[in-house]
Design a protein around this ligand. Structure first.
Ligand code: SAM
Ligand code: DTB
Ligand code: SF4
Length: 352
């Protein structure tokens, strides 16, 4: 990374600055996000990950959005931990359909000692296939994090979900501090961090600002930032609620892109309810990663064919190994545009 790029990666965002980003006219915000995006990534490349639920339902936690909590009757069919062989077969199929990362999720508060051996074998097996590995298993202690890292786990997903202030309206069985401590164990073990949140849970813009500040003000930005649109599931406490203005969702992606310009921002859950135009806007706002395959953990996702069709129409290519960076000359021009767009944003806010 060059010195000028490093200058754009900040860890000291205050509330007013982020508020100013959100308050810009939509077109200005998208332009600024797109400009930042092009400085660090090929804007026509999107990373694709496939997700598999390796242990489904019967989770003791009370996350109000989640179909897998044992507190809500969502009619979900529970499953015990899948056999290692079955997981490896699914990973092979994901690789064949073009995914470069395989994410394995378990409905646990945290992994039990008796499960760790199986989980580590899954990591080793998927890694041996030449795919990147990701897991989301709930809270991790430092030893568990180290075991996963030693087995070759590349990414660990653990979301902050929302702002510190709104968090206790959504989850009571573990604290925000618990979440941060898992993330710091993941980082200390040398794995990449995947952490983001959910839009559409009744939170206010200030909570989206709070969430993004928590993520961007970490010592190192999460390498992967999933922005989920709430999938309303029957039987969960968030089954009914006011839908978010789609443009506010796109704004959240754009602001995440600007605040964490070198991270992959994932257009995560909720795509099944978005039309092609909405997804294209998300890519334009700087989303450059998706979950690929017809199921997320328990809810539907667009089919791989449908995604590839949209990619083709938009001229988007799935990311191979490392997204390509722009040339040195483009970089100079883009740096100037980023600075200019940023100044305009503050000018706009100050003049209101
Ligand atoms: N049990 C682990 C945990 O909570 O960390 C891992 C799996 S959990 C399902 C992973 C993430 O999925 C949650 O943190 C949440 O952000 C997201 N998620 C779960 N249900 C969702 C829903 N209905 N809509 C959108 N995102 C959801
Ligand atoms: C993330 O942020 N979103 C994914 C992944 N991390 C594990 C999960 C979305 C789950 C959506 C609801 C479901 O399918 O159960
Ligand atoms: Fe359990 Fe994770 Fe669902 Fe919370 S989000 S109920 S911890 S599976």
């Amino acid at each position: 990374m060059t010195a000028s790029e490093a200058k754009l990666i900040r860890h000291d965002w205050n509330h007013e600055e982020v508020q100013a980003l959100f308050s810009q006219p939509f077109n200005d915000l998208i332009f600024q996000a797109q400009t930042s995006h092009r400085l660090f990534f090929d804007a026509n490349t999107v990373q694709v990950s496939t997700l598999l639920s390796i242990k489904t339902g019967a989770c003791p936690e009370d996350c109000k959005y989640c179909p897998q909590s044992n507190r809500y009757d969502t009619g979900l069919e529970k499953e015990t931990l899948l056999a290692v062989q079955k997981v490896l077969e699914e990973a092979e199929a994901a690789k064949e359909s073009g995914a470069t990362r395989f994410c394995m999720g378990a409905a646990w508060r945290s992994p039990k000692a008796r499960d760790m051996g199986y989980v580590l074998d899954m990591v080793r097996g998927v890694k041996d296939m030449g795919m990147e590995t990701c897991m989301t298993l709930g809270m991790l202690g430092s030893e568990q994090a180290q075991q996963l890292a030693d087995a070759g786990l590349d990414y660990y997903n653990h979301n902050l979900d929302t702002s510190r202030e709104y968090y206790c309206d959504i989850i009571t069985t573990r604290s925000y501090e618990d979440r941060l401590s898992t993330l710091s164990n993941v980082r200390a073990a040398g794995m990449k961090v995947c952490s983001g949140g959910i839009v559409g849970m009744g939170e206010k813009e200030k909570d989206r600002i709070g969430l993004l500040r928590e993520l961007a003000n970490m010592e190192v930005h999460p390498e992967s930032v999933p922005i989920n649109m709430l999938v309303r599931v029957e039987g969960t406490p968030l089954e009914v609620g006011e839908d978010v203005d789609p443009f506010d969702f796109i704004r959240t992606i754009a602001v995440a892109r600007i605040m964490m310009p070198a991270s992959h921002v994932r257009l995560s859950a909720g795509r099944e309810d978005m039309n092609d135009q909405m997804q294209s806007l998300a890519y334009l706002a700087g989303a450059n990663s998706i979950f690929y395959g017809e199921k997320l953990l328990t809810t539907p996702n667009p089919t791989a064919n449908k995604d590839m069709e949209l990619f083709d129409r938009l001229g988007i290519k799935p990311e191979k190994y490392q997204a390509q960076r722009c040339s040195e000359k483009d970089e100079q021009v883009l740096m100037e545009q980023v600075e200019e767009a940023r100044n305009d944003a503050f000018f706009y806010d100050a003049s209101r």
